[in-house]
Design a protein around this ligand. Structure first.
Ligand SMILES: [Zn+2]
Length: 169
């Protein structure tokens, strides 16, 4: 079977403390939704989710055609791999919504890692000092951001009926 490499180059040592940020997000599994803190890091060549998180919250895993070995920064294969499954799960970060694609791995210290593929697709502006993420790419403002300055009118008869139902239920 053909193998692909996914490089996982993050380290938790002090000198690399400023090359990543943590962000709160919601994953909407089939069983339930869960709020977790994910790592945004430009090091990893894939976006990863922990297998345990998938099992626990009913996030459906799909068997991949090709298995991927995970290599660490030092070139050694990681104990986390190989990656045999992927998943697609609705994910919210603040008002930013997407159907996220992840490689499933046994992450030891993280639940979700948003790596280079995610950074490339959404191309957010990250203020590393203020630890702030702004989704201002054309893709995000067009497709991902669900808050909108627009409010839609409800037809009057429907509006009154809904209010009555609310009042008497
Ligand atoms: Zn986006």
């Amino acid at each position: 079977m053909e193998s692909y490499y996914a490089a996982l180059t993050y380290t938790d040592t002090l000198e690399n403390d400023n090359d990543h940020i943590m962000v709160k997000l919601q994953l909407h599994g089939e069983k339930e939704s869960v709020t977790i803190n994910a790592r945004i890091d430009s090091g990893p060549t894939e976006d990863f989710i922990d297998r345990e998180v998938c099992n626990k919250h009913g996030i459906k895993m799909i068997r991949s055609k090709n298995h991927r070995e995970i290599y660490l920064a030092d070139g050694k294969p990681s104990a986390m791999g190989p990656v045999t499954h992927m998943t697609k799960v609705p994910m919210d970060i603040s008002s930013h919504r997407e159907l996220a694609t992840f490689q499933v791995a046994n992450l030891e210290n993280h639940e979700v890692i948003l790596g280079m593929p995610w950074l490339r697709v959404h191309n957010p502006t990250i203020d590393w000092n203020d630890k702030r993420i702004t989704f201002n790419s054309k893709r995000c403002t067009t497709w991902c951001l669900k808050s909108s300055p627009l409010a839609y009118a409800v037809p009057e008869d429907k509006a009154l009926e809904e209010n009555l139902i609310t009042r008497f239920s």
